[in-house]
Design a protein around this ligand. Structure first.
Ligand SMILES: C[S@@+](CC[C@H](N)C(=O)[O-])C[C@H]1O[C@@H](n2cnc3c(N)ncnc32)[C@H](O)[C@@H]1O
Length: 283
């Protein structure tokens, strides 16, 4: 995952032009918050009293969303220093009290790296929920996925939950359809797909939505549901659900085109939501 540090640091100025897709707020984060809330509802208090860790937090938008829904405390970690700085500034600009959040640089695929920031003496079995948006696609293989889930196991309370959004596993089996659906999509294009060490890897080219300028590419690995499930089981998690996203009914569908809407819904939804529960502590 080391490349992702360079990628998002070096391309930080360009990434700022990437329009934040409604997918994030109204679908991915919406589904995650609703499904991980205590009562399965998406409302002001969905996350009240909960302590949340967000892996690969980027510029902090999902963290702001968690506070909108009542989260008690959120810690965000990202491998890119630029992202960390922008998330801090963003949350400060929203006047979220300092004691409620902490944003730090760490490699979230490594327990050693994360434990330098979140001491296991204080933070093991601490969080109710661990989330991640578009982060697992940077894991290099199933072993690295299992390392990420191991780390989640250490930091989650017994029975705690993980919820994350990543690429739809169907992207591999149905690449040409996905590529067509995503063509000229408002923030990125699907370029090539190649299989490296048996893992399909898609090149996603970010574009400036106004000028259509091509900004930079990231390479995302596409794991199958079975690979996620196996990696979770190794880390003492049970997979609760793996599926396409829900849409917040408040989302004004007239604000986007039919093509864009098809990216958010049904079988062609470009993203997938996974939920798992910690079954027991690792030995
Ligand atoms: C596509 S961005 C998504 C950011 C954010 N989660 C969001 O939804 O807006 C992926 C983020 O994952 C971070 N990332 C990639 N590999 C990482 C790693 N090993 N540890 C921590 N962060 C990582 C990148 O720096 C980047 O900020």
């Amino acid at each position: 995952m080391a490349d992702s540090e360079r990628n998002f640091d070096e391309n930080f100025e360009r990434y700022k032009h990437v329009k934040r897709s409604p997918l994030y707020y109204y679908c991915g984060e919406y589904t995650t918050i609703k499904q991980l809330s205590r009562d399965g509802n998406y409302c002001e208090n969905s996350l009240s009293g909960l302590k949340i860790l967000d892996l690969g937090c980027g510029s902090g938008q999902s963290i702001a969303h968690f506070f909108e829904k009542g989260a008690d405390q959120v810690i965000g970690l990202d491998i890119s220093q630029e992202m960390v700085e922008s998330a801090k500034k963003y949350l400060e600009s929203l006047k979220i009290p300092n004691q409620k959040f902490m944003i730090e640089k760490a490699d979230c695929s490594s327990l050693e790296s994360v434990s330098q920031i979140l001491s296991l003496d204080i933070y093991s079995n601490y969080f109710d929920i661990i989330t991640a948006f578009y982060f697992h696609c940077f894991a290099k293989d199933e072993n690295q996925l299992a390392e990420i889930f191991n780390l989640c196991n250490r930091y989650l309370k017994p029975g705690g939950k993980i919820g994350f959004v990543t690429l739809n596993p169907e992207t591999y089996t149905n690449f040409l359809t996905f590529k067509e659906v995503a063509e000229d999509h408002f923030f990125a294009k699907y370029q090539n797909i190649t299989v490296i060490n048996e893992i399909p890897q898609v090149e996603l080219l970010f574009i400036n939505p106004e000028s259509k300028e091509e900004l930079f590419s990231v390479f995302n690995n596409i794991f199958s549901v079975e690979q996620f499930q196996r990696a979770m089981q190794r880390s003492r998690f049970e997979l609760i659900e793996a599926r396409t996203l829900d849409i917040n009914p408040d989302f004004d569908k007239s604000t986007i085109s039919a093509e864009e809407l098809s990216l958010l819904t049904g079988n062609l939804c470009v993203n997938y939501f996974f939920q798992g529960r910690k079954v027991s502590d690792l030995q």
